[in-house]
Design a protein around this ligand. Structure first.
Ligand SMILES: Cc1cc2nc3c(=O)[nH]c(=O)nc-3n(C[C@H](O)[C@H](O)[C@H](O)COP(=O)(O)O)c2cc1C
Length: 139
């Protein structure tokens, strides 16, 4: 079955470590016949969530930027791949902004295969624990 795959590459570094891993994921998925779209979050306009909670009344985010389009794709895909370098033991700000902004429609992001790509400078596996926990919390 052909799957619709969305890759959200969170690093600001184009062709950096995690972005290259996203490309490798994409290469394999395309070779397997799937449809893939990769979005480099850094290249889109995604403001921080301001916790206005307008979405509670409207179901939509009050901030008008690229997040509305990304949100639709997050809901529509069969497979979602998130990627972030470890920044101070956690997820990077670019991807976190997307996750925070998804609060308005997060319950619609369901029934998906999900993957998480992490990179770090530290050789200790434990250095990735907090970043990984953030990801596990959003599943
Ligand atoms: C602001 C900042 C914070 C970082 N914090 C950590 C860290 O806590 N632990 C770690 O192992 N690497 C840390 N790094 C290094 C990156 O995680 C590492 O170089 C990663 O491979 C970069 O991925 P990228 O090329 O996809 O951006 C940090 C880098 C930056 C720029």
């Amino acid at each position: 079955m052909t799957k619709k795959i969305l890759i959200l590459s969170g690093s600001p570094r184009k062709q950096g470590n995690s972005d290259l891993l996203c490309d490798e994921f994409m290469r394999g998925a395309l070779e397997a016949g799937h449809t893939v779209e990769k979005i480099r979050v850094q290249e889109r306009k995604v403001a921080y969530c301001t916790a206005c909670y307008a979405c509670r009344d409207t179901g939509n985010c009050a901030i008008k930027d690229d997040m509305a389009e990304i949100m639709e794709k997050m809901i529509a895909c069969d497979v979602m791949v998130l990627a972030s370098p470890v920044y101070f033991y956690s997820i990077d700000a670019q991807l976190k902004a997307v996750i925070d902004r998804s609060v308005c429609r997060w319950t619609e992001v369901k029934n998906k295969e999900m993957y998480y790509i992490m990179t770090a400078a530290d050789g200790e596996k434990e250095s990735m624990d907090t970043n990984r926990t953030v990801y596990l919390c959003i599943l």
